[in-house]
Design a protein around this ligand. Structure first.
Ligand SMILES: [Zn+2]
Length: 179
């Protein structure tokens, strides 16, 4: 698996717990506030001089915060799922065509590039590099030396980015590529 910042995943785990706990408390306050408003201040024992309007504002605020927390939580779950999908697709590959990722994800190539940059900023695939003019995601190969270059696969005709002096397989058809 490629470089993945562990401290960031722990931090996001803590944030998820916080969102659920805090969101639940906020929703609970909202429910209490609502019951209080309906029952005319009997449940929480609101003083008569505390205006009805304050009650409405507090209740609305509690619900807004509660729903906001849960919305953020579910958004984070969705993002984690998307990141997991990219990690599974990319695996140990060293050069991945954006087009291929877009086809697998069933989204546009622009969306894939946006997703990749977003993930990189969050500590996933930090050693990756998007070669935008070639529309390819590259990872450094520790064993190789030399520059990246584009060669045409003799088997399928696809253009494949390889490291000079390094034998690699075609991203499209899997055939061995020799210079
Ligand atoms: Zn090929």
């Amino acid at each position: 698996m490629k470089q993945y910042s562990n401290s960031k995943s722990v931090a996001s785990g803590c944030l998820k717990v916080f969102l659920v706990v805090f969101g639940s408390i906020a929703l609970l306050f909202g429910v209490f506030g609502l019951v209080d408003l309906v029952s005319g201040g009997q449940v929480v024992g609101t003083e008569e001089d505390v205006s009805y309007l304050t009650g409405i504002i507090m209740t609305t605020f509690s619900f807004a915060v509660g729903f906001g927390c849960f919305a953020t939580f579910f958004m984070m779950l969705r993002q984690a799922k998307i990141i997991g999908y990219y990690i599974a697709l990319i695996g140990n590959k060293k050069s991945i065509p954006i087009k291929w990722l877009a086809e697998k994800r069933n989204v546009s190539q622009e969306k894939v590039i946006k997703d990749l940059y977003k993930m990189m900023s969050r500590g996933v695939f930090t050693d990756g590099h998007i070669e935008e003019n070639m529309n390819i995601l590259l990872f450094p190969d520790e064993n190789s030396i030399g520059e990246f270059k584009t060669v045409i696969c003799k088997n399928c005709g696809g253009s494949v980015v390889i490291r000079e002096g390094h034998e690699e397989k075609c991203t499209y058809c899997g055939a061995r590529i020799r210079e």
